[in-house]
Design a binder for this molecule. Structure first.
Ligand code: PMP
Ligand code: GLU
Length: 394
């Protein structure tokens, strides 16, 4: 049959994280004993005080369209959060609430990029950056990093990647998938390069800010010279285990917030009213209210590093945040495991799924073909079982 779909969708890849999660779900429903370590999704329940706020919002009839950019009192809570946690001052006209940080990112791409504009992505990067940029007509420019620099881009690499067409740089810290956290000096190093290129804007994706085992999260918008050219992206999916409630937000220059609101107003309108109301409760709570989750992720990080460290061929960095490990497994390339030739990270991830019943994600989706991503947002029991199964088949 003739393909009637647009070039836009035909050239887009399916989200590898969501595709692997769907595959794991399908195999599970067929009765296979799959352990899903592919999706970056906290396995905790939403804290009760947030659920209570949602129930209250329903009873209070928050059922109409909200303002496109979010309720004013939610934006005030976000402004307070930016001040409290990040030392950033954003007025309400600089904040836009969206249906997940994913939509925040898509808004930014759509309002900032013209065809051919280049966006620097230190690789590995979060899986959707590249396709969101391409959807908006932009050109992703990957800057490969390796385990030797803890998967962080150096100022020198940034300088070399800049061309007259560079419009933006997008990165996450703590990083999905590597768990790397940029410290103040490292961010200052990148800012020093950007100082000589005043037309380049930065998207700082800080959705894992609280899941940081070293502490001391730094927002690049707080580095000298960066405030007016940074869009700080955040959301409640990770810190508050609210993935399905779909609330993300940005703080940035007013003209950018205004354009995002205009765009969102034609696409989706304001985010879900009940989820917005409960986000106020989430953001107003002290960070100590979610410390139990962070402590638990920290324990699991140490456990998974210990267990994977026992497997020959897994080369690991020590992730300081988020809830992923990103082992370099390229030592298996060219080898045959149980009759299967492993040529690349995708072969390896598929091999683990089919032989160990463990779902992971290929590093290729994150712009690093030597690694796989393993999410440790799972119980200790599942992690122990998964790693022991992996050990048995490699
Ligand atoms: N950025 C990063 C780095 C992520 O890992 C995710 C996870 N989904 C998102 C953005 C999008 O989050 P949300 O659930 O708020 O759309
Ligand atoms: N951010 C999570 C991940 O990377 C959720 C899945 C997604 O939104 O792609 O696995």
């Amino acid at each position: 049959m003739k393909n009637h779909l647009s070039d836009r969708i035909n050239s887009m890849s399916t989200s590898a994280t969501l595709a692997m999660a769907a595959k794991a779900r399908e195999l599970k429903s067929e009765g296979k004993d799959i352990i899903g370590l592919s999706l970056g999704e906290p396995d905790f329940n939403i804290p009760d005080f947030i659920k209570d706020a949602a129930k209250e919002a329903i009873d209070q009839n928050y059922s109409s369209y909200s303002p496109v950019d979010g309720y004013a009192d939610l934006k005030q809570a976000i402004a307070n959060k930016f001040k409290r946690d990040n030392g950033l001052t954003y007025g309400l006209n600089q904040i836009v609430v969206s249906t997940g940080a994913k939509q925040s990112l898509a808004n930014i791409a759509m309002i900032m990029l013209n065809a051919g504009d280049e966006v620097i992505l230190p690789a590995p990067y979060w899986v959707s950056y590249s396709d969101i940029v391409k959807l908006a007509g932009g050109v992703p420019v990957e800057v490969p990093t390796s385990i030797d620099t803890d998967f962080k881009m150096t100022p020198d690499q940034l300088e070399k990647a800049i061309t007259p067409k560079t419009k933006m740089m997008w990165f996450s810290s703590p990083c999905n998938p590597s768990g790397s956290v940029y410290n103040k000096e490292e961010l200052e190093g990148l800012a020093a390069v950007l100082k000589n290129h005043p037309n380049i804007f930065v998207v700082s994706d800080e959705i894992y800010e609280h899941i940081n085992f070293r502490g001391g999260h730094v927002s690049i918008a707080n580095v000298e010279g960066m405030y007016d050219r940074t869009i700080t992206v955040n959301g409640v999916s990770k810190a508050f285990a609210m993935t399905g409630w779909r609330i993300g937000y940005i703080g940035g220059p007013e003209w950018i917030a205004k354009a995002c609101t205009k765009f969102q107003g034609q696409i989706t309108s304001g985010a879900n009213a009940i989820a917005q109301r409960s986000t106020i409760a989430a953001l107003e709570a002290p960070v100590s209210s979610i410390k139990f989750m962070i402590d638990e992720f920290h324990k699991r990080r140490d456990l998974i590093l210990e267990l994977l460290g026992e497997i020959e061929g897994f080369n690991l960095n020590v992730p300081e945040g988020a809830f992923y490990v990103f082992p370099d497994i390229s030592s298996f390339f060219g080898k045959t495991l149980k009759g299967t030739l492993i040529n690349n990270a995708s072969d390896f991830a598929l091999y683990l799924l089919e032989n160990a019943n463990v779902a992971t994600v290929t590093g290729e989706a994150f712009g690093n073909p030597n690694c796989i991503r393993i999410s440790y947002a799972a119980s200790e029991k599942e992690l122990r079982e998964a790693i022991s199964r992996i050990k048995a088949v490699v």
